[in-house]
Design a binder for this molecule. Sequence first.
Ligand code: ZN
Length: 565
Amino acid sequence: MKFKDLTYQRPDFDKLIAEINELLDRLEAAESEEVFFETNKKIEDITNKYNEMFEIAYIRNTINTEDEFYDKEMEAFYEAGPRFNQVDHRHQTIRLNTPYRKAFEEKYGSMITARDELKRDVFDPSIMDDRVKESKLVNEYNKLTGGARIEFRGEVKNISGMTAFTQDKDRQTRKEAFEALNGWFADNLEELDRIYDELVKVRTQIANKLGYKTYTPIAYKLMERVDWDIEDARAYRKQILDVVVPFTQKLYKEQKQRIGIDDFKYYDVPLSFLSGNPKPIGAEEVLVKQASKMYHELSPETDEFFKAMVEKGMMDLTTKQGKAPGGYMTYLPISKMPYIFSNFNGTSGDVDVLTHEAGHAFQGYLTRNVFPSENNIITSEIAETHSMSMEFFTHPWMENFFGEDTEKYYYHHVTDALEFLPYGASIDEFQEEVYENPDMTPAERRAKYREIEKKYLPHLDYDGNEYLENGGRWQRQLHVYNYPFYYLDYTIAQVNAFQYFVWDMKDHKEAWESYLKLCHISGKLATKKALKEVGLKSPFEDGTIAEIIPKLEKYLDSLDKEKIK
Ligand code: ZN
């Protein structure tokens, strides 16, 4: 069935919760393994029905935010959400304490219960009010930044509306755009500082109530990091500092020469090429046709996947009036199909959707029959490995998307990914400092960020901009407010994807087989174990990054410099 023909009906929330609770009673009292497993399956069936309807409503709501019907449906789901969280919590508790736990783990692996344990560790009725306070503060931040009105050359823009100007070919435009953007943040500094200060305080209070000194271990548990910790993060960041930073500094020097600017300022960083960034050769119809051809040639698995996506209309790609911003991939558990949502706008980001989001979707499609579906819950560093690696496995087809801009695309894709690593590390180190020293004042925090920033991003010359000189840059990174410690994951996934890139150039067949295996492992193994299982080196291990960099350098050197201007 096509997505547009799927029937939506609001679930009867009361009835579903009563049914699940009844099944949970039976699960708790199960007199045999058979009853236990059978009941578990029934709970999943009900949950899937709920999730399918949620996803349909969510997708249709984002496709047309002006459609009041789905707007109301989403409100109903959000209202019912906490009640479903409660039954989830009950389910997890039963699973941890059941005499059939061992049998369960033997049958389905130990990741589900390992995650249950993490969730148990970070939950206590005494922190409920603190969590409410936390989400109110997060909302305050999102509302404040979401409602930003930035005056620029006689027009009023929001934050994302400024992006195009900060990348403009004209230097004065970029400079003024950045000044306007940071001017808004500077004007709201007190508020941004206050919200974050209160967030740090309330999170620390939560940690204390749960018996921890700081929030750091709580955040790691919430991120479901089963087999890596703060020590791993530190060792990993050190590799970035020692190996990546010297290389990216060299890349910035080359950029400076390429764009012909002697006094390279922070507002020059977004301009990679004087001729502008690589542009795709066409709009949705052309790009999807090329993607079909590409996935057909890449492997039988990707061919089947992409054909199903097209046939079932599981994509809504081009931007239009009323569509929600951004892009995402999600999954419909009854239809057993992924869905891709995006806002094609004629930039190279359009092609990224067909490689990156499609990478997520491909993994979801491959594992559509996994039971229990909780074995498909993946930590972000692994999920992003699936998607970021697909960006590299599809490299050989990029000429069909970028035409004469292909070499520029290659260069930009690799250097951009490399340059992201130090920034990601700076955000992570900053958060560690913040939560390990919760009594720092807002000014001390900003000074700390500037100090860290100078280590990882020494090329940044803020040209006397007071707000940035005083360490305000992180306030634009919503993860810092919304999801503590959620950021290093992206860089870890990037390092994994680089490994696949290098491997793919050496031996495509072997690299692709390993990638398929990683997709199938899904959430069944913890990060380090999963990587080891498929023959990737752990990014946390000293030497992993040092081994990759010279290979990427060689690749960049092999590109036709005449075409990269
Ligand atoms: Zn992604």
